[in-house]
Design a protein around this ligand. Structure first.
Ligand code: SF4
Length: 468
């Protein structure tokens, strides 16, 4: 998906008025949120595991150059090839060249957010290669012509009935009514595509430096068929997917499914190391890994470094009141929710993505549930400060903040002004509430502002002797 101008507020308003979307989003609370809670309670060492997950990722990032070199050496030793892509354009061209070298007309793909990030599908289509998504959610979206709205459940915004209508329109034939029949229909169609594919493209949940292995997890087994059936397998992954050892990968796997869907482990976990060897009954003849940077090394040396710990579990969005009200499409790009509000400004520029770090109540739930303890509110605050520094904040807010900063550094003046303001606002109020407040229409357009009741906190504090 190409980046589009990010009009978050308009899309969020439309989402709030969409009853189908609201029903679908409510299912996240009762499903994944409750599931994560139960999974965490069942595992006594869950919190200690989170510390360990954070430490593994921090150590890897501190020595990333060494582990990247080790990974490349081990992939090569196993008969595969690593290709380095500085940005999305380079990655797209590399994948296209590999597909052409394999004589590919059809490629199967398992779910990959990196493929969304680099806009791979439209690029392959424009060059005469047909990409077929094999993850059920991604397949639904591909035929619906929609982008994903969640990094784990890409079609979470769609109901069963909407999918039944879509399949009947797209596949023809009888309309299926049950989820099992819809899944069976998709499976029948995708089986033929697997057999016709010349190349399989997958993402990676982890890349293991010590063995050159690629670890994928799915609940449908589609990554296994995508990487195992065609003659050529291409993995596209970003640099931060690396972990030093297989033991590290499995420590993080213990966190991943629990944090994502509340499962102890996903249904399929596959470790793939190199192409088919003599004597192997199946597997690809050629094995390529395209390693994407796309701004990650820049993040490594910046205040955003902790974001590179992300293992893409989706827990932050599942627990975010803004995501749960507005849905993923409101964010306007590949990564929604709190992690997207940090990552998207880095990838498309804060000038285009400035509404996203503001799409947060700063309630802190995202940080509370993140399995690798990423300080997401702090990173969103970093972008808000950048936004202020680059003068992307509307003039009224900018001048208001400057004025507040001026007063906050002068306590006597601050007490005087806030005392006058509190009395003035109390006089303007009707029934203890302000229906309209100049310079604060963003608040009063949708709800009344409670008027100050009496004296300021500081004058009450002093009256009670708190200053002593
Ligand atoms: S930021 Fe944390 S909670 Fe959100 S997707 Fe990444 S690892 Fe999961």
């Amino acid at each position: 998906m190409e980046a589009t101008p990010l009009a978050f507020a308009d899309r969020a308003s439309a989402a709030l008025d969409d009853p189908v979307l609201q029903t679908a989003l409510a299912g996240i609370r009762t499903g994944w949120v409750a599931g994560r809670q139960r999974a965490a309670e069942r595992l006594p060492e869950f919190e200690a595991l989170r510390d360990l997950g954070r430490d593994i990722k921090d150590h890897t990032l501190a020595c990333l150059d060494l582990y990247l070199e080790a990974f490349e050496a081990n992939v090569t030793a196993c008969g595969g090839t690593v290709h380095w892509a500085r940005d999305a354009a380079e990655a797209r061209v590399l994948v296209l060249e590999l597909c052409r070298a394999a004589g590919a007309r059809t490629v199967t793909k398992s779910k990959s957010m990196i493929s969304e990030e680099i806009g791979l599908n439209p690029f392959l289509e424009a060059h005469g290669i047909v990409p077929v998504e094999t993850d059920l959610g991604e397949y639904i979206l591909q035929i619906a012509g929609q982008p994903p709205s969640h990094i784990v459940g890409p079609a979470i915004h769609m109901t069963k009935d909407a999918v039944a209508d879509l399949f009947a329109r797209h596949h023809g034939g009888e309309r299926r009514e049950t989820a099992a029949d819809l899944v069976a229909e998709a499976r029948r169609i995708l089986r033929e595509r697997y057999l016709a594919a010349d190349v399989g493209i997958t993402g990676a949940n982890f890349l293991v430096a010590e063995t050159g292995s690629v670890v994928t997890v799915t609940n449908e087994g589609n990554a296994e068929l995508t990487q195992g059936l065609p003659r050529t397998h291409i993995v596209i992954a970003s640099l931060e997917k690396l972990v030093p050892t297989m033991a590290d990968a499995f420590t993080l796997l213990r966190l991943l499914a629990r944090s994502a869907t509340g499962q102890e482990f996903s249904a399929y976990t596959t470790v793939l190391t190199g192409p088919k060897r003599p004597g192997d009954r199946d597997g690809p003849e050629a094995f390529h890994v395209v390693l994407l940077d796309n701004g990650r090394t820049q993040m490594l040396g910046s205040e955003l470094r902790a974001m590179l710990r992300c293992i893409r579990c989706g827990a932050c969005m599942n627990h975010c009141p803004v995501y749960l009200a507005a849905g993923g499409h409101a964010y306007g790009w590949v990564y929604p929710g709190p992690m997207g509000s940090v990552l998207t400004p880095q990838l498309v520029g804060i000038e285009r993505a400035w509404p996203l770090p503001n799409a947060s109540t700063f309630c802190g739930r995202c940080e509370e549930v993140c399995p690798v303890r990423i300080p997401l509110p702090g990173l969103m605050r970093f972008w808000r400060e950048e936004q202020f520094r680059r003068r992307l904040v509307p003039p009224t807010a900018r001048h208001g903040l400057k004025l507040w900063g001026f007063l906050a550094r002068r306590p006597v003046l601050y007490r005087l002004v806030t005392g006058i303001a509190a009395r003035l606002l109390a006089k303007l109020a009707r029934g203890g509430r302000l229906a309209k407040l100049p310079l604060a229409e963003g608040w009063t357009a949708t709800r009344d502002l409670p008027a100050p009741q009496g004296r300021t906190f500081m004058s009450q504090w002093r009256a009670r002797g708190g200053h002593r």
